[in-house]
Design a protein around this ligand. Structure first.
Ligand SMILES: *Cc1c(COP(=O)(O)O)cnc(C)c1O
Length: 413
């Protein structure tokens, strides 16, 4: 069994106090902290290896190119995808925009329709609203059930019209921590001739996936949620689809030839990576994958499940707290809750004063908030570096919040 105490020690950020309290970081669904190995890799590149990639002819540039492409190979192997199908982007948002803006140039016909779900993050909604506006299309939302799961019947009902060109859906809700039935949703897309895009931003830290077997057309994720630096992420595209797609942004490094009249483009992935890329981001993300892969996934899942169960039961001790969505396992280590009748940001403020970092708000999921009938929630999310002490600190923080919000009137069950 992995020693999670020594895993935790690899995260320097946890070695600090906030308002005089030990930092209790329960916001990993927003961004994961960075292990020393990732920090060192970025530092090493910037200190000693900095050179542009793909523009070689000298030692440092050749080495930077080789190291950059080695990370693509590493992810290809990890994700079960051909490396030419993996495009480095700025992150999930950028990946989804790339797809939408490439489809806008022709594959998405005027009047075509888009299917999303009520669970989606704004980054998987706004690019589609924009595409629909550009191409006179329409965006539909598959409903969620009372437990917060995607209503598959409603999802299929939209596909049955035959007008959906692409369905884009999350594999795991960043607000509720609920895993969606992605395999079934992808199969439905295939049955009704729609392209499928999976938002994998919250899945990557919890599951290992095999993209070729999964069968989706696109898969997007961000490095910063899997212990990597900011401004780096991946778009996977199935080669049959990618090869038909034009680039959405333009510049150097993506071209096969430029004349005064016109430009011809390289095949994927270079076609979609114009300009100087985020080399230190890619190398840092490679180091993050090495770090993550060094710990058996079953150990990570067991560790997080133990903490998640404790989190769920400690919240249940507060009779003024309500949680949102099914908490049945398997469930990502993310829980949304509120003190009844109290705005989430008031709770967040009180917790923050005690060194506890949670996220309060709509979590970039306003349609979901509307479906749940609340303006905002408090969200606690866990990762490999959290421990039982964090949950004790949260429990004490919530007791304090309860006292301040409701008075000290024996409200604990
Ligand atoms: C974080 C997140 C995004 C957006 O990712 P960025 O890194 O901000 O581009 C999209 N979808 C889900 C489910 C997320 O959790």
């Amino acid at each position: 069994m992995t020693d999670f105490k020594s895993v935790r020690e690899q995260f320097p950020a946890l070695n600090q106090t906030v308002y005089g309290q030990p930092l209790c970081y329960l916001d990993s669904a927003a961004t994961a902290l960075k292990p020393q190995a990732v920090i060192d890799r970025v530092n090493h590149f910037l200190s000693l290896e900095a050179a542009n990639v793909h523009r070689g002819a000298h030692y440092l540039s050749d080495r930077a190119t080789a190291n950059y492409e080695a990370v693509r190979e590493k992810f290809a192997e990890y994700l079960g995808a051909p490396s030419a199908g993996l495009i480095f982007t700025k992150g999930t948002t950028d990946s989804i925009n790339l797809v939408a803006q490439s489809l806008a140039q022709g594959i998405f016909k005027v009047g075509d329709e888009i299917l999303l779900t009520q669970l989606e993050h704004h980054s998987n909604i706004v690019p589609w609203h924009n595409l629909a506006m550009q191409r006179n299309g329409k965006v539909h939302f598959a409903k969620i059930t009372a437990s917060g799961q995607v209503d598959l019947e409603d999802f299929e009902k939209h596909l049955k019209t035959g007008r959906i060109r692409i369905a884009a859906f999350t594999a795991c809700s960043n607000t509720l921590g609920i895993f969606t039935p992605v395999s079934q949703m992808i199969e439905l897309c295939q049955r009704y001739g729609a392209l499928s895009l999976v938002d994998g931003a919250q899945l990557m830290a919890n599951e290992r996936i095999h993209l070729t077997n999964l069968g989706c057309d696109f898969f997007a994720f961000s490095g910063h949620k899997i212990f990597a630096p900011y401004g780096i992420g991946v778009l996977y595209g199935r080669s049959e689809v990618l090869s038909r797609m034009p680039p959405a942004t333009f510049g150097g490094s993506q071209i096969s030839e430029v004349t005064e009249e016109k430009t011809t483009f390289l095949p994927p992935p270079q076609r979609f990576e114009p300009g100087t890329p985020n080399v230190e981001g890619v190398l840092g993300m490679g180091a993050a994958l090495d770090f993550f892969q060094n710990i058996p996934l079953t150990d990570i899942q067991a560790h997080e499940k133990t903490l998640l169960k404790k989190l769920i039961s400690l919240l249940a001790e507060f009779k003024n707290i309500e949680t949102y969505g099914s908490l049945e396992l398997p469930h990502a280590p993310i829980v949304s809750f509120n003190f009844k009748g109290v705005h989430a940001s008031d709770v967040g403020f009180i917790l923050d004063q005690q060194g506890i970092a949670v996220r309060c708000g709509h979590h970039c999921t306003q349609p979901l908030m509307r479906a749940l009938g609340v303006p905002a929630t408090v969200r606690a999310s866990l990762s490999i570096y959290n421990n039982e002490q964090d949950l004790i600190q949260l429990q004490q923080g919530l007791e304090k919040a309860q006292e301040l919000l409701f008075g000290n009137t024996n409200t604990v069950r």
